[in-house]
Ligand binder design. Structure first.
Ligand SMILES: [Zn+2]
Length: 398
């Protein structure tokens, strides 16, 4: 598989027609009444019934054959290093494998598995700037990887954050993975980051691997990062009463990860629902990690939360699309005019007992991915990783 993202070579117009079910990614209206989506030059330009939208001049026509179109999935928590390689599990092509699981955008929570990762201030800044540049230049399979997430150390001063922001760094790695593990220092640095437009997240719970440490509710609430990273632990979760304190004690994002405690994820989900705060729920895998790499991790989280957490499947898809896009101000994640034309086309997996794709997910099955599209360009067809979709879309014209 070529690692360079295919680029459109001229004006492009994508038409996806015969959509059986269109998931919007937006919790307030998760299902759209439309069977056709049009994208020009990588952006969505029309959503509606075939007779009402202008499909003339298409450069690519996809016949969805009655299957389901959703925004491409967003993994809010990954640990990339360089290229499509992870030294943590000595694997290559893991990002391409995620694309086959419907993931079109990834957000780095720190490039922490870099062998010999620098921990001095000049070195960690250089590493972050390198990662931001490298992953924007090389997009495996076309996947958008927002990387360059420095792991903060106690010696940093405000000017370091200003310099990082000026250099294009927009994220902090998980607070707590470096030397900063106390609330007051974390709060001060998260504030500096925010002042310069850098988003923040924190490692919540017990140590993930030897060398990381415990971050409890007091540190999480004092640090006040934009996202409460893996509130269900990575893997060791905080006790339920502390999870509830965090949910109630702030309005920040509540991130649930695959490489965490699944019972605690369900506890967080129920707590957020009681509070009427499901829009705060976002999903990640926290891979590569000790638990490995999960190409289907985001689909598995959607299915887990829907089936065991009694959440309609169309809402669970919003956790991995629109909620994350809004919280992290991404231009993808929603089927809306002007948004990036990033889609995953799915169908009920063959032999799932569900009546339809949503029912099958609510029964705990995974959907079959039939196609991924990024920036209006078809990237993959029938997934090599999901259970086979009943029907897969076809490219019927170019
Ligand atoms: Zn972590």
């Amino acid at each position: 598989m070529a690692h360079d993202a295919p680029q459109a070579t001229g004006p492009s117009k994508l038409v996806i027609r015969n959509i059986g079910l269109l998931l919007s990614g937006a919790m307030e209206k998760p299902i759209l009444d439309a069977d056709t989506v049009v994208a020009e030059n990588g952006k969505i330009t029309a959503i509606g019934r075939a007779k009402d939208v202008n499909t003339e001049g298409a450069t690519t026509i996809v016949d969805a054959l009655g299957t389901t179109v959703a925004p491409g999935l967003i993994d809010s928590h990954v640990h990339p290093v360089a290229g499509d390689w992870t030294p943590r599990q000595s694997q290559v092509n893991w990002i391409d494998s995620y694309l086959h699981g419907g993931v079109t955008t990834m957000i780095s929570a720190g490039e922490v598995h870099m062998p010999g990762r620098p921990r001095d201030v000049v070195g960690l800044k250089a590493m972050a700037i390198f990662a931001q540049r490298a992953f924007w230049t090389l997009r495996p399979g076309g996947v958008k990887i927002h990387a360059g997430a420095p792991v903060i150390e106690c010696e940093m001063v405000e000017d370091d954050f200003k310099e990082l922001a000026a250099a294009g760094v927009k994220l902090l790695g998980e607070v707590g993975l470096g030397g900063v593990k106390d609330g007051p220092t974390a709060r001060k640095m998260v504030g500096w980051a925010r002042k310069y437009g850098i988003q923040s997240t924190i490692h919540t719970g017990g140590p993930s691997i030897p060398g990381s440490g415990l971050i409890d509710k007091d540190v999480v609430l004092e640090a006040d990062t934009d996202v409460v990273g893996h509130i269900n632990g990575g893997h060791t979760a905080l006790p339920d009463d502390q999870i509830r304190c965090i949910c109630e004690g702030c309005k920040r994002g509540l991130e649930l990860v695959h490489n965490g405690n699944e019972r605690s994820a369900l506890y967080t989900l129920r707590t957020a629902r009681e509070m009427g705060d499901l829009s705060r729920i976002i999903l990640g895998t926290d891979a590569p990690a000790g638990s490995g790499v999960q190409p289907l991790g985001i689909l598995r989280m959607i299915s887990l939360l829907s089936s065991l957490g009694d959440v309609p499947a169309e809402i669970a898809f919003c956790f991995a699309t629109g909620n994350t896009a809004r919280m992290r101000t991404l231009d993808c994640g929603l089927i809306e005019i002007g948004r990036s034309a990033d889609f995953v086309i799915m169908d009920k997996a063959q032999h799932s007992p569900g009546k339809n794709i949503l029912d099958s997910v609510q029964l705990g099955d995974l959907p079959g991915v039939g196609m991924t599209i990024i920036d209006g360009i078809v990237r993959t067809q029938r997934s090599r990783n999901t259970p086979p979709a009943g029907k897969v879309p076809e490219i019927v014209g170019r």
